[in-house]
Design a protein around this ligand. Structure first.
Ligand SMILES: [Zn+2]
Ligand SMILES: [Zn+2]
Length: 146
């Protein structure tokens, strides 16, 4: 993490609380994410109902979940398993994970109550990015996966 990111994140107190839109799923994030990335791929545009998704890569043991979650299993284009956990009541996506990498979780961090965490350190799949969106200067970008 560089100095600028630390300045912006300095007021953030862990654990952070988060929830799905309806509130049936609640969670605590115990420690800062390893990395926060924006993904501009078409699948993430559908998922986020927006121009890109923002994912916080975290260690699995830093997430404490409460409430019922449903699961959807898909294979990414890379062939990696990308399983999704979501609230069965409101449909809000909570996180993605690869069962072959059980130590890591890709948290859909817009469900956090303190959304200052949502500052991407890198932008992926810029080749599918919406033309009107300008990536801020100095933030690394990759035409596909990093
Ligand atoms: Zn919900
Ligand atoms: Zn994506």
């Amino acid at each position: 993490m560089n100095d600028i990111a630390e300045d912006d994140m300095s007021g953030i107190q862990y654990p952070l609380e988060g929830s799905c839109q309806c509130g049936n799923v609640r969670y605590q994030l115990l420690a800062p994410p390893l990395k926060v990335i924006a993904c501009h791929c078409i699948a993430c545009q559908k998922l986020s109902t927006s121009a890109f998704s923002i994912t916080a890569l975290i260690e699995s043991d830093t997430l404490v979940l409460q409430g019922e979650l449903a699961q959807w299993e898909r294979l990414a284009d890379s062939g990696n398993k990308n399983y999704a956990k979501f609230c069965p009541h409101c449909g809000n996506r909570i996180y993605h994970f690869n069962p072959d990498e059980p130590g890591l979780i890709k948290l859909k961090a817009a469900s956090l109550n303190d959304t200052r965490v949502l500052k991407p350190e890198a932008h992926l799949w810029v080749s599918q990015k919406q033309a009107w969106y300008q990536i801020p200067d100095g933030v690394p970008q990759f035409s596909e996966q990093s």
